[in-house]
Design a protein around this ligand. Structure first.
Ligand code: GLU
Length: 292
């Protein structure tokens, strides 16, 4: 049996906090205990928010946590051509379409829909795509694209579901409602999700499934805030012919008011805790991962 493969996949758009420490330490401990491999992946496709100093801080913080990872580190921004190939495949399969509304137009459409009754929200609370771009003619689309108009490439969820049928994923952790074992994927909760934009040839959902497959990741261990996104990931795995890892979603570290931690709160940033003189044992305790 090849060794299990774990990964920690942060985005360098802020400093890591105790919640990240919890994820990274869980992955590292599981890899160590099971004779597995530990990978680090930098999810830096959002060039407007990612910064080199945050990436540098990730390496420093993880080293401070006593975590060792394999080299080379995969940086998603260096593999954009690969994501474009997947987009081309989904285009050929008629599973994605360009939508040309600006963010403001989408917001206006949602407000309109809300007046006619509460328009559905995704598990993160964002409104589903309210537009009708799916029904634009091929000529109109081609003309708009040729004119240089910005667009988002959206998954045609109805077509994708018809193609993939009912899906499950294997959950070794627990969802927010106690879901475990075999969890029915419900990607339709997200509507016609964006998989790429004119200027960014990928998205979190697309690159995460491609990279997990390409890196041979067998175990995805991450926070419960990504639990329902797994439905979209499972769907994309089927549409792109990729293998499925098993998932282990863990509970989140919360602040004193019960909110999940944010990258903009300084008090729980690992570098602040380090500067304040906390030890690794302290951080493990605060992250809820006592030394194994
Ligand atoms: N890059 C994502 C984040 O920082 C995590 C991706 C994942 O673990 O699937 O939230």
């Amino acid at each position: 049996m090849p060794p299990p493969v774990f990964r920690f996949a942060p985005s360098p758009n802020g400093y890591l906090h105790l919640g990240h420490a919890r994820s990274a330490l869980l992955n590292f401990d599981l890899a160590r205990r099971n004779g597995g491999r530990m990978l680090l992946r930098i999810e830096d496709i959002d060039t407007t928010r990612c910064r080199p100093e945050y990436e540098q801080a990730i390496y420093e913080d993880l080293a401070w946590l006593g975590i060792a990872w394999e080299q080379p580190v995969r940086r998603q921004s260096e593999h954009l051509a690969l994501y474009t190939e997947a987009i081309d495949r989904l285009t050929r399969d008629r599973l994605i379409y360009p939508a040309f509304e600006s963010r403001a137009e989408v917001a206006r459409l949602v407000a309109e829909k809300d007046q006619a009754g509460a328009w559905p929200r995704d598990p993160d609370g964002a409104p589903l795509y309210p537009g009708a771009a799916r029904h634009l003619s091929a000529e109109w689309r081609a003309q708009k694209v040729a004119s240089g108009a910005p667009y988002a490439l959206r998954l045609d969820m109805a077509a994708a579901l018809a193609r993939a049928g009912d899906l499950l994923w294997t959950e070794q952790g627990e969802g927010p409602g106690g879901e475990t074992d075999k969890v029915p994927a419900r990607p339709e909760q997200w509507g016609d999700v964006i998989l790429a934009r004119k200027d960014t040839p990928t998205s979190y959902h697309l690159s995460v499934v491609i990279d997990d497959a390409l890196q041979g990741v067998t175990h995805v261990v991450r926070g419960q805030d990504l639990f329902w996104a797994t439905g979209v990931h499972r769907l994309l795995q089927v549409l792109l012919g990729l293998p499925q890892p098993v998932y282990r979603h863990h509970s989140l570290v919360r602040d004193a008011t019960g909110q999940k931690l944010s990258k903009s709160t300084r008090s729980t940033a690992l570098r602040e805790l380090r500067a304040a003189g906390l030890t690794l044992a302290d951080v493990r305790r605060l992250a809820g991962i006592p030394e194994s």
